[in-house]
Design a binder for this molecule. Structure first.
Ligand code: 13P
Length: 232
């Protein structure tokens, strides 16, 4: 079983959610489909596909206006949450330490965090991809091996560009080895960044790639269904 995870980012109304779920209702797949929706849409996890969230507070409760706690997500029956997406790091100054605290908060509430890591274009150009990815990984992962890792090179997000298959293979090998050294054997690893129905199959067949994290192409069933079908 592979993971096909959608990230709707700040998109989606209730009508759009319903139309999307209707379109996906009868899809036959052996893979696990999760769509990380905005908070306003996460409630009502009773469909063939699993609905996840895109953020979680590192705090349990209290005076944190606008934040959503792990207990609140658990209440809404959320089972997966993205943490440390590069857009959160960029626009909300989330550091590796904050990302780790968020992952711990999720695990405490029985929610699987999908921890996002990835290098910038400057890192890549300077030949620092492996060092940066490894450092982010080690600084973001909690002790309990109860998380998913999503490798999303920042420069590949929304750009139509992806690393070569060799580059993805090398990064996933490094992530896999690093987690092994930490005593975590069965962590699922996802690739994200400009995934579409033309490249999904090739990427998911790379060694150590257990799934995909899809942004833009997950917003409409017209573009998401072909991805699901292409890898079944
Ligand atoms: P795109 O698929 O639009 O490049 O976005 C990737 C992403 O950020 C998923 O979290």
């Amino acid at each position: 079983m592979k993971f096909i995870v959608g990230n709707w980012k700040m998109n989606g109304t209730l009508d759009e959610k319903e139309a999307f779920l209707k379109a996906l209702k009868n899809v036959k797949t052996n893979n696990k489909i999760i769509i990380c929706m905005p908070f306003t849409l996460v409630y009502g996890n009773d469909h063939g596909i699993t609905i996840g969230a895109q953020n979680i507070s590192e705090h349990a409760n209290g005076a944190y206006t606008g934040d959503i706690s792990g207990q609140m997500l658990k209440d809404a029956d959320v089972k997966y949450v993205l943490v440390g997406h590069s857009e959160r790091r960029l626009y909300h100054n989330e550091t590796n330490a904050i990302v780790k605290a968020k992952a711990i908060a999720a695990i405490k509430n029985g929610i699987t965090p999908i921890i996002c890591i990835g290098e910038t274009l400057a890192d890549k150009k300077a030949g620092r991809t492996m060092t940066v990815v490894k450092k982010m990984l080690l600084e973001c992962i909690p002790e309990k091996c109860k998380y998913i890792i999503a490798y999303e090179p920042r420069w590949a997000i929304g750009s139509g560009k992806t690393p070569t298959l060799e580059e993805i293979t090398a990064v996933f090998e490094t992530i896999h080895k690093t987690l092994h050294q930490q005593g975590c054997e069965n962590i699922s690893l996802l690739y994200g960044g400009s995934v579409n129905s033309n490249n999904a199959k090739q990427i998911i067949n790379i060694k150590n790639v257990d799934g995909l994290l899809v942004g833009g192409a997950s917003l409409k069933s017209d573009t998401f269904l072909p991805i699901i079908k292409s890898i079944d």
